[in-house]
Design a protein around this ligand. Structure first.
Ligand SMILES: Cc1cc2nc3c(=O)[nH]c(=O)nc-3n(C[C@H](O)[C@H](O)[C@H](O)COP(=O)(O)O)c2cc1C
Length: 189
């Protein structure tokens, strides 16, 4: 079955290591016949959540008027949502974190604040991350964060994580063996 796949690239560095990792995943997903949309948050204006409760009070996605309006239908219509991000200070990039927080609107839509009743339909997900440090513990916090948000809270099925340490300058990841792991996750969706 052909799936709709959305890959959210959270790095401000266009064509950087995490996007190269995302592109390997995309090649695999396309080889398997899935349709893929890549979203570079660096090219989008996605403001941080205001915590104003407009979404839960009004049964509407968000009071903020920015590019997230166009991204909501993409995310809600996807079968698979993949997050690609550099590690920034032991977490996601601010761009990706802002995007995730803005899912609060569809998550709590209808004033029902529990994972079981989330209005975000169940999906599949995956995590692709890069970091400069060689120490793999650099991924501990973002991996836990990803699992808590997407597996435990949204209850999306985790199809895999590829974590590449020791890549600093843009393009350092080229030729890395873990690009094959990202390809395989896409190929086996
Ligand atoms: C603001 C900032 C914070 C970073 N924090 C970390 C960090 O905590 N640990 C780490 O190993 N690398 C850190 N890095 C390095 C990036 O994670 C690394 O260069 C990554 O491969 C960049 O991916 P990109 O090319 O997709 O942006 C940081 C880089 C920046 C610019």
């Amino acid at each position: 079955m052909s799936k709709k796949v959305v890959v959210v690239c959270g790095s401000p560095r266009i064509g950087g290591n995490s996007e190269i990792l995302a592109d390997a995943f995309i090649r695999g997903a396309k080889a398997a016949g899935h349709s893929v949309k890549k979203i570079r948050l660096a090219e989008k204006k996605v403001l941080p959540c205001l915590g104003c409760s407009y979404c839960s009070d009004n049964n509407l996605p968000c009071i903020l008027e920015d590019d997230m309006n166009g991204l909501y239908p993409e995310i809600l219509g996807a079968d698979v949502v993949v997050m690609a991000s550099p590690v920034y200070y032991f977490g996601f990039s601010a761009q990706l974190k802002a995007f995730i927080d803005r899912l609060y609107g569809p998550d709590v839509k209808g004033n029902i604040f529990s994972a079981e009743n989330s209005y975000l339909p169940h999906k599949e997900c995956a995590l692709l991350m890069t970091a400069a440090e060689k120490n793999k513990e650099v991924f501990d916090l973002p991996v836990m964060h990803f699992q808590q948000i997407f597996s435990r809270w949204f209850m999306w099925a985790n199809r895999g994580m590829v974590l590449v340490s020791g890549v600093s300058e843009s393009g350092d990841i080229k030729g890395h063996e873990k690009l094959n792991d990202a390809y395989d996750i896409g190929r086996n969706l």
